[in-house]
Design a protein around this ligand. Structure first.
Ligand code: FES
Length: 124
């Protein structure tokens, strides 16, 4: 039987433009985790904000998660670059390893998290 995911609204759709992101704290599989909700090429994505290389936030050293081109996500610690669409590393370091994806929704002009593994969610 499918589990019904609770919806956690984050912001109006109009407040998350391409290349923008929001930082969230959520309870994911019973643990508190930082999360990134972002938009790229018109589509919204969310990932646990933890690099595949070491347990560090992508924005731990710099206050941004997109690289200078705006086409990739980049960890500010050692520079691993990820595709925004899949969260997969395209760097030699940890190539192919993926950020953990979270399910997002966009309904009635609102965007948020709707993932059965998430039981609480707060905008930082
Ligand atoms: S901790 Fe992210 S690249 Fe090393």
């Amino acid at each position: 039987m499918d589990q019904i995911a609770q919806k956690f609204a984050v912001c109006p759709v109009s407040e998350l433009a391409d290349g923008q992101y929001r930082k969230l704290t959520m309870v994911f599989e019973g643990r508190e985790e930082d999360c990134l909700l972002l938009r790229f090429d018109g589509k919204a994505y969310a990932y646990i904000n933890r690099c595949v290389h070491m347990p560090r936030r992508l924005d731990g050293e710099e206050d941004r998660v997109f690289d200078h081109t705006g086409r990739f996500l980049r960890c500010s610690m050692h520079g691993i670059v990820y595709t925004p669409q899949t969260g997969a590393s395209v760097s030699t370091l940890c190539e192919g390893e993926q950020l953990r994806a979270i399910t997002v929704y966009e309904d009635d002009g609102e965007i948020g998290i709707a993932d059965f593994r998430v039981t609480a969610c707060y905008v930082i």
